[in-house]
Ligand binder design. Structure first.
Ligand SMILES: [Zn+2]
Length: 61
């Protein structure tokens, strides 16, 4: 039997279509270098680089 699919929509009341959450889910499975310092942001839980503070945007992916 298939387990319940828990979709992240409405999680913490955040907009599920926000670019940041899409970037975070992308980072979970891709190696993405920070456009500013080159830090590998894979598995980061925010769209902001922990090294230099540069915010990733989808256009940079
Ligand atoms: Zn950076």
């Amino acid at each position: 039997m298939k387990p319940l699919d828990v979709e992240p929509q409405d999680y913490n009341g955040m907009n599920s279509t926000s670019p940041a959450s899409q970037i975070v889910s992308f980072l979970a499975s891709h190696d993405v270098g920070c456009p500013s310092c080159g830090y590998n942001m894979r598995d980061c839980t925010t769209s902001t680089c922990p090294e230099c503070g540069q915010e990733l945007t989808q256009s940079r992916l």
